[in-house]
Design a protein around this ligand. Structure first.
Ligand SMILES: Nc1ncnc2c1ncn2[C@@H]1O[C@H](COP(=O)(O)OP(=O)(O)OP(=O)(O)O)[C@@H](O)[C@H]1O
Ligand SMILES: [Mg+2]
Length: 368
């Protein structure tokens, strides 16, 4: 019988992975290594809400890949399982970056029908609070990547949420999550004071913790016997090199397994893992990749064009190259650039100390 041309590749491509998705960034593991006491602290701060009482707001901060998102999502899911007196809501502020879109999302989660026009999100939110008050439900809202709200002055949202008791007799509980440990100092005094003393720091993972995280994920993702402790140690080291970032370690494991698959190995070799270690993007690059999924198409195209040019390009060349490739006007390109700078993904610098403002003297750079 003639062998099908796809069979060899497919066979080898599926041998090492038992569950490849377990190594994707959005996988939610049931075991959170080394974060038991942090989870307990967070749960005890918000536990009054589970009994229909007022709970404090919480400020959660720490460097990338330290488990903030995964732990907050875990706590919310436990809360919804345990109590019907709360309405747990997770908001990614990269995706919902304005006060209006966050208020709409909260209303939607509360089951409020959003009319297409004629009524503001503020009014819909008031109606939502009214209905929460009637149901005696407390919204517990995780605002992840909350620094995003501060960039565009959308942090007034925090003030709205801090005042729900006064406006509607609804206690809301907000969990603010960010990389920026100084974020609270930029917040309204009232918001700040509602979080004082309720701060949870996620510290960078130690090499040993990273090892345990990689090991426990390898058990779920890979076929038994296809990796050994040296491979685990190398992947853990990739995360340790990126300042204790578990995301980097897990991506290294995924890359190592992919390398082994592509080479047709029945086991991940140390070389496969070393290759993954060497090719491993930094945590900033991984994060940028993740953030980019929320960008508009022209914004994505602009970034890839600059990356193709090695990460920086003069403004005049960028206008020329982009309009040649995609036919956009200089004005709309300027507009996208402004948005990307605002999102902290690009910077424009002048290369001329004599204050020459011409576009050829300005360089647009992708921020690493
Ligand atoms: N304690 C842990 N146990 C198992 N997996 C973990 C743990 N901590 C983090 N991870 C994994 O590492 C990755 C990054 O975690 P997470 O997204 O929660 O980090 P983060 O602190 O929110 O990072 P960022 O600040 O960049 O948003 C995820 O894939 C998550 O599953
Ligand atoms: Mg996160």
């Amino acid at each position: 019988m003639v062998t099908n041309i796809f069979s060899k590749k497919l066979d080898s491509a599926t041998t090492l992975f038992k569950n490849e998705q377990a190594l994707y960034p959005d996988f939610a593991p049931s075991e959170l290594v080394g974060r038991e006491s942090i989870i307990q602290t967070l749960a005890s701060i918000i536990s009054p809400a589970a009994n229909g009482m007022r709970a404090s707001n919480v400020f959660v901060y720490g460097p990338p890949g330290t488990g903030k998102t995964i732990c907050c999502k875990y706590v919310l899911s436990q809360l919804s399982e345990y109590s019907s007196k709360t309405l747990p809501i997770y908001v990614n502020c990269w995706q919902n970056d304005s006060r209006q879109s966050v208020l709409s999302l909260i209303s939607q989660k509360a089951g409020e029908v959003l009319p297409r026009r004629g009524i503001s999100s503020q009014e819909v939110f008031s109606r939502t609070l009214e209905s929460l008050w009637q149901q005696k439900k407390i919204p517990v809202i995780v605002l992840d990547e909350a620094d995003r709200l501060f960039w565009g002055g959308e942090d007034k949202l925090l003030y709205d949420l801090a005042r729900t008791w006064e406006t509607s007799k609804v206690h809301s509980c907000v969990i603010l999550v960010t990389n920026d440990s100084e974020l609270l100092s930029k917040a309204d005094a009232r918001v700040r004071s509602s979080m004082i003393g309720k701060e949870i720091e996620f510290k960078a993972y130690t090499p040993l913790e990273l090892k345990k995280i990689v090991e426990s994920r390898a058990k779920i993702a890979l076929v038994d016997g296809t990796y050994d402790s040296e491979v685990i140690a190398l992947c853990a080291a990739a995360g340790a090199r990126a300042n204790g970032d578990a995301r980097v370690s897990l991506q290294a494991l995924w890359l190592a397994a992919r390398n082994a698959n592509e080479a047709g190995h029945s086991k991940i070799s140390v070389d496969d893992a070393k290759k993954a270690f060497a090719a491993q993007p930094t945590s900033a690059q991984i994060k940028r990749e993740r953030d980019e999924q929320f960008l508009e198409e022209p914004e994505k195209k602009l970034i890839s064009l600059i990356v193709e040019q090695g990460g920086s390009i003069s403004l005049s060349k960028l206008y020329e190259a982009y309009s040649k490739k995609y036919g956009a006007s200089e004005r709309s390109i300027r507009n996208y650039l402004r948005k990307l700078e605002f999102k902290g993904l690009l910077s424009t610098q002048s290369t001329d100390s004599n204050d020459d403002q011409s576009n050829s003297k300005k360089v647009v750079k992708v921020i690493e």
